[in-house]
Design a protein around this ligand. Structure first.
Ligand SMILES: Nc1nc2c(ncn2[C@@H]2O[C@H](COP(=O)(O)OP(=O)(O)O)[C@@H](O)[C@H]2O)c(=O)[nH]1
Ligand SMILES: [Mg+2]
Length: 200
């Protein structure tokens, strides 16, 4: 089913990204700022995954971006058949950008391919530098690592180089962007990467 999703995205030149992280690292905040800043440039669609509530879908809908909420109930991750159904409902235009916010969980979502073009793992500076080696699968299967909440660094003892070195131990090809989704710092690198992933 993931391959089927991937074929659909390829045929329509849709860039589909799978955003994964532990709960609260800032996925929705990152999406909100990205949609606001690049809304003129890219045609965004969003799928939100949470066990319960439509809170995140409401935050996205407030920006006038088409969104579908998936509630997984007792489930701990999104699966490709859920994406298939949500994509049908979203009716994504050719050349669109689909942002899939997975259920907040550093373990299970790593095991389920959704048909995405790339996986983006978000880790915030409050989580502890060693999470990449404690939960290696998520970092191993991602191409991009956004380090979020850099505005909090002055109040913490988080060593960014250590965090990156741990992540590189499990995935030497991982690319990092340091951002504050809340304050908007560092977002331009992330935006440039997004632009680079789109086919003209
Ligand atoms: N200080 C700070 N807080 C942030 C940042 N990004 C998100 N947050 C806060 O972190 C909390 C969880 O954010 P949310 O986007 O809902 O995380 P999600 O669960 O990964 O979608 C909220 O209180 C946000 O305001 C950031 O860059 N800096
Ligand atoms: Mg969220």
């Amino acid at each position: 089913m993931a391959a089927r999703n991937r074929g659909y995205f390829e045929a329509r030149n849709i860039l589909a990204l799978n955003l994964v992280s532990s709960p609260g690292s800032g996925k929705t905040t990152l999406l909100e700022r990205t949609l606001r800043d690049l809304g003129e440039e890219m045609d965004f669609y969003v799928i939100e995954g949470d066990q319960q509530t439509t809170n995140d879908a409401e935050r996205i809908a407030a920006l006038q971006v088409p969104v579908r909420q998936i509630n997984t109930g007792k489930g701990c991750h999104l699966e490709s058949d859920m994406i298939y159904e949500a994509v049908r409902q979203l009716d994504i235009a050719n050349d669109g950008v689909l942002m899939i916010e997975n259920v907040g969980n550093l373990v299970c979502p790593s095991m389920f391919n959704l048909g995405e073009q790339a996986r983006v793992v978000i880790i915030s500076v409050t989580e502890g530098e060693d999470k990449p080696i404690k939960y290696p699968d998520m970092f191993h299967t991602s191409q991009i690592c956004l380090i979020n909440k850099t505005d909090l660094l002055p109040y913490l003892e988080c060593d960014l180089e250590r965090l990156k070195n741990y992540a590189l131990q499990v995935n030497p090809d991982l690319k990092f962007f340091e951002v504050s989704a809340l304050k908007g710092e560092g977002m331009e690198q992330w935006y440039n990467w997004l632009r680079s992933q789109r086919n003209p």
